[in-house]
Design a protein around this ligand. Structure first.
Ligand SMILES: [Zn+2]
Length: 335
């Protein structure tokens, strides 16, 4: 089968590769659509280090074509439309048994991705039926929803708390929608691109700020009557946004650093600010156990406005180029 693979840094290829042999609890899926995920370009350049060869693709939907003989416990069957968790975990190592399967370290497991391909061979635990009424384009966003649930899981807030989300890509917009559903107040989105700011307003933001033309700390403090935000969620991946979070957070506020930063910045926090405000600073990496709830959330979120162009698998590089233009929230590859 054909799959997109990085064999040397800086270059991704569409290549004929063997599909992994089917285990008894595995399911073979014909991939329908796979998005260009935020991490994919960095995997090609090596800005996020992955072991090579690295098989691209972690946001995919498809159709079951074959079931392993023991892949029966999830109630799935051949022909089911499904969305796929790219994370294959062993279920028995120390971290898996402590509810942290994101950090599964058993060799051969982890973020194996490899879903920008004609087929996927995945464990039944990675396969979820697409809810009624959800289209395959939106089903590819399950991974995004799972990721967006994680900051709210790590630092849940109360109705009426003030929340700022920095960055309005697919993750930021999904975090925005989840915060809205949870009853966030003064819900503010920071985003340099005008079309994404408009989209954020459509999807529930009360305020939008342009960091290129506005001082986001000054404006954020005006919006919150000098109180600051109870939660500041940094989802832009722009390291210039890291320090303002510290000033934007309210007393006893929590800052969640969610994004990938290709320049691998340090975070330097003045101790007096941390101490006087009783700040909590949280990294957000994985999404252990989020996928089932992310699937449940698919019909509740307004995801169609994220849609951008779809490219055939042969033209996956055009999809990467389209992703880089920043003209679209989401670019898909038809596999
Ligand atoms: Zn494990």
């Amino acid at each position: 089968m054909k799959a997109v693979v990085v064999e040397e840094l800086g270059k991704a290829l569409l290549k004929e590769v063997p599909l992994r042999e089917m285990g008894p609890e595995d399911i073979k899926v014909k991939i329908d659509l796979c998005a260009v995920g935020g991490a994919d370009p960095y995997a090609v350049t090596g800005e996020i280090p992955f072991r090579l060869p690295y098989y691209i693709g972690y946001q995919a939907s498809g159709t079951i074509v074959e079931m392993g003989k023991d892949a029966i416990s999830m109630g799935l069957k051949v022909g089911d439309k499904v969305t796929l968790d790219q994370h294959r975990y062993c279920g028995s190592c120390y971290n898996c048994r402590h509810g942290r399967e994101t950090f599964c370290r058993t060799p051969g497991y982890g973020y194996v991705d490899s879903l920008m391909a004609e087929y996927g061979m995945v464990h039944q635990r990675q396969v979820f039926k697409v809810p009624e009424g959800v289209e395959m384009e939106e089903a590819t966003l399950t991974e995004v929803i799972g990721a967006a649930l994680q900051p709210l899981e790590l630092a849940p807030f109360n109705q009426g708390d003030r929340v700022m989300v920095i960055g309005a890509g697919s993750c930021g917009l999904t975090i925005l929608q989840l915060c809205k559903l949870r009853g966030a107040l003064k819900l503010t989105v920071v985003e340099p691109l005008e079309f994404k700011r408009k989209l954020a307003l459509e999807l529930g933001a009360q305020y939008v700020l342009d960091p290129n033309t506005q001082d986001i700390v000054t404006e954020g403090m005006k919006i919150t009557n000098d109180m600051g935000y109870d939660r500041v969620i940094e989802a832009s991946g722009d390291s210039a946004m890291i320090n303002p979070c510290i000033d934007l957070a309210a007393r006893c506020g929590k800052i969640l650093y969610f994004a990938i930063y290709p320049d691998h910045p340090d975070i330097i926090v003045p101790y007096d600010k941390l101490w006087f405000k009783e700040l909590t600073i949280h990294g957000v990496f994985g999404q252990s156990h989020m996928f089932p709830r992310a699937v449940n959330m698919l019909p509740l979120l307004n995801l169609k406005p994220y849609r951008g162009p779809t490219f055939p698998l042969e033209d996956f590089m055009d999809a990467f180029d389209a992703h880089r233009t920043n003209k679209y929230v989401r670019v898909l590859v038809k596999c």
